[in-house]
Design a protein around this ligand. Structure first.
Ligand code: ATP
Ligand code: MG
Length: 258
């Protein structure tokens, strides 16, 4: 019971810091989580305390951030480190990550949050691009904005799925296909929470998120099967055909105070 009360207090704390729209989303998540616990109970799993703890940890990992510390961040160094980290985490994946960062770009942001945002986009790009493929990550300044683009030459997202990907707990991969995969593997996918979290951060910290995507024309529907390596794809005869057949770009824009 103590645990339940504790959970209630912590959830109230989270909700008190949010906008009405965010509260609605979080309450919907909690309802889903509660239904999930109920279902597990019906199936005979009786360790309610542990389950609630687990559910709480999930919600916490999605929405609670440690104390926010805004600081000036040198974007080119930051993104460079992040790319190195992704490359060393992606094991035997065979991908080229092309970096192009304008020098001396400084933004003011919480470092941990910026990390979650950028690594989430980079990981999605890696997970949705076949081996021998490429991803471009750029940072540049424009009209009172600093823009980071993560552009992959991967499978792309169908128009139907484009409407859902920021909604949370949505992934386009077949559950059977992705559930046993590790982060960064082709077609891995996860809980479908990174983009939802990104949206929530963007509302809270005042940056914008845009994306555009073209689904690979050879695999127009979710059910289409494809290999995880360009040279094993029988629809095409060379890499450039793959590069021109589909892909996605996710962009985040920070206002500059010039
Ligand atoms: N660059 C991309 N190319 C193709 N599909 C993408 C891309 N980025 C996201 N998606 C689709 O959007 C879905 C949601 O992305 P999101 O990052 O929120 O969740 P996820 O990657 O499945 O899991 P996790 O919470 O572990 O990141 C993904 O499962 C994927 O189907
Ligand atoms: Mg993801």
């Amino acid at each position: 019971m103590d645990r339940l009360l504790d959970l209630q207090v912590k959830i109230d704390d989270i909700l008190n810091q949010r906008s009405i729209e965010e509260k609605g989303k979080i309450l919907a998540l909690i309802e889903d989580a509660a239904n999930f616990v109920e279902e597990l109970k019906e199936e005979g799993h009786t360790q309610d305390g542990k389950l609630l703890e687990h559910v709480y940890k999930r919600i916490e990992s999605l929405f609670i951030t440690e104390e926010v510390r805004m600081e000036e961040i040198s974007l080119d160094e930051f993104l460079d480190d992040l790319c190195n980290e992704a490359i060393s985490s992606m094991w035997e994946r065979d991908l080229t990550i092309i970096r192009s960062f304008e020098k001396d770009l400084i933004i003011t942001m919480d470092r941990a949050i910026l990390r979650k945002v950028c690594i989430g986009l980079l990981r999605n790009a890696i997970e949705n691009t076949p081996d021998e493929g490429k991803i471009e990550i750029t940072a540049q300044s424009g009209d009172s904005v600093i823009q980071v683009n993560v552009h992959d030459y991967g499978v792309g997202i169908t128009e139907e799925n484009q409407k859902m990907i920021f909604g949370g707990f949505f992934h386009t991969q077949d559950t059977d296909l992705y559930s046993s995969k590790r982060h960064y593997e082709f077609n891995a996918g996860g809980s479908g929470s990174d983009l939802l979290r990104l949206k929530s951060f963007s509302e809270r910290f005042g940056f914008s998120v845009d994306f555009g995507s073209t689904r690979c024309r050879f695999i127009p529907t979710d059910g289409d099967r494809y290999p995880g390596r360009i040279s094993a794809c029988h629809f095409i005869t060379n890499k450039s055909e793959c590069f021109s057949s589909g892909g996605s770009t996710f962009s985040i824009k920070f206002a500059t105070n010039i």
